[in-house]
Design a protein around this ligand. Structure first.
Ligand SMILES: Cc1ncc(COP(=O)(O)O)c(C=O)c1O
Length: 439
């Protein structure tokens, strides 16, 4: 069956034909590709067409798709049992590995870790934990940040909501939405004002370690540290959401990376997803032991999961993290540098105004003259240039994220040969972006 036929059929049985909104090509138009196979840097659709992939399953595929050792670890674990509903030795191994990896400048902020199945669960639980620990209700988040789809986090969120231009979701009770205060990113004055007014009611500030769901938009230098200082002065916790950046931009996440050229800050809680599960449903929250011990069965904050710490997912996560060596991060950094520069050159040659946005090896492009610092500025770009660019790349055999508000993901399998294939497709895509007209 062709992609077109599969989409028509899917729409009869699945809302919008997809199980996660951004897959629907809503902002770029056309028929989403139905994938049947992925290996290394390549994906293959139902029509048998191969594409170089820059989506990387939205982050997890750091080693490339279906890495042989990861697949073998999964097969071995599956053969021993798909799920036990009881503890396994590998869960502790993974927790220990995460504690060891997420450490920098002699600081190891993860003392305890709990495994869950999705990033949404990780952030939802971290927020409940922060509220239980502080005895306060209010949460501060930043516009354009995406932390999953739990009720309190969908106001002015990035990712699919940015793509679909949805300021919020229907179905969220007003009383719950009122517990979340949404501020502009990179705006310390706004943060100071909200703490001055309601500081004793704020349980936590949640922030993406570097925003990457409104396109990539790194925090200003020192912003994360200042945010921590302010929150801690007022007795609030900070939840650093590293679901997307964790184990991707460095082995100690964006937190570790940012300490190399900025002031030290120590988050109270971290959330992880994507790379930690190596492509299987696995995520985690971790942090200070005194806070984490507030979780049941030790403490009064309840959280549970039939499939939490699933043995097959843990095997994929362990195998992936063990192979995420310094050489892998070097490769990712290099591929990201070569590629972002090539795209920028191609756009410049066609006179298309753009800015390259980076956070470590994550990058994306903004069709604007100036670097945006927050969601409003990111939304003001000439986003209509992206659809023709995207389709020209797809036509040239390269699968990009189907939204200008998503990061591009390289992997260790993006070698010189693969990069050349992408670079070959760029001139036509840049021409398409240059001749695009607003809708
Ligand atoms: C920063 C961040 N937090 C949380 C999530 C939610 O994770 P999941 O899609 O696994 O629920 C995402 C997903 O993209 C994310 O990028």
């Amino acid at each position: 069956m062709s992609n077109d036929d599969l989409f028509t059929r899917a729409k009869l049985s699945i809302p919008g034909g997809v199980n996660s909104p951004v897959r629907a090509f809503g902002s770029v138009g056309g028929t989403p590709r139905f994938l049947v196979k992925a290996s290394g840097a390549m994906v293959t659709d139902a029509d048998g067409t191969e594409y170089v992939d820059l989506v990387g399953s939205w982050g997890p595929a750091i080693l490339g798709h279906a890495h042989r050792d990861v697949v073998r670890a999964v097969q071995d674990a599956a053969a021993r049992g798909l799920s036990f509903g009881a503890s396994t030795p590998a869960e502790t191994e993974l927790a220990e590995l995460v504690k060891e990896r997420v450490s920098a400048l002699g600081v190891s902020p993860i003392e305890k870790l709990r495994l869950v199945s999705t990033g949404t669960e990780a952030t939802m639980t971290a927020i409940r934990l922060a509220r239980g620990f502080t005895g306060r209700d209010l949460l501060v988040k930043f516009a354009g940040h995406y932390h999953g789809h739990s009720d309190g986090l969908l106001a002015e969120a990035g990712s699919g909501l940015a793509t679909l231009a949805m300021p919020a979701s229907a179905g969220v009770p007003a009383a719950i939405a009122a517990q979340t205060l949404v501020l502009p990113y990179n705006d310390l004055d706004a943060l100071r004002a909200v703490f001055a007014e309601r500081g004793d009611q704020i349980a936590a500030v949640i922030t993406e370690a570097a925003a990457a769901n409104m396109g990539v938009l790194a925090p200003d230098r020192g912003f994360n540290a200042a945010l921590h200082e302010l929150a801690h002065e007022h007795g609030a916790l900070v939840i650093l959401d590293e679901v997307l950046t964790g184990f991707r931009v460095s082995s100690s996440g964006y937190w570790g990376l940012s300490l190399a050229d900025g002031p030290l800050y120590t988050p109270d809680l971290f959330t992880f997803g994507k790379v930690i599960g190596g492509g299987m449903p696995l995520a985690a929250l971790g942090g200070r032991a005194d806070i984490m011990d507030y979780l049941a069965p030790q403490g009064p904050v309840y959280q549970a999961g039939t499939l939490s710490g699933n043995p097959v997912a843990v095997a994929a996560g362990l195998a992936t993290l063990e192979r995420a060596t310094p050489a892998v991060y070097e490769r990712l950094d290099e591929a990201s540098a070569v590629l972002s520069e090539a795209v920028s050159d191609a756009l410049s040659r066609e006179g298309v105004a753009h800015v390259v946005q980076r956070a470590g090896n994550l990058f994306s492009f903004v069709f604007a003259e100036e670097r945006p610092r927050n969601y409003a500025e990111a939304q003001a770009q000439e986003s209509w240039r992206y659809a023709p660019f995207f389709h020209a790349m797809l036509h040239g055999g390269v699968s990009l994220p189907p939204s200008v508000f998503e990061a591009w993901f390289v992997s260790a399998a993006h070698d010189e040969r693969i990069l050349s294939r992408i670079i070959e497709a760029l001139p036509a895509a840049a021409r398409a972006a240059a001749s695009a007209k607003p809708a």
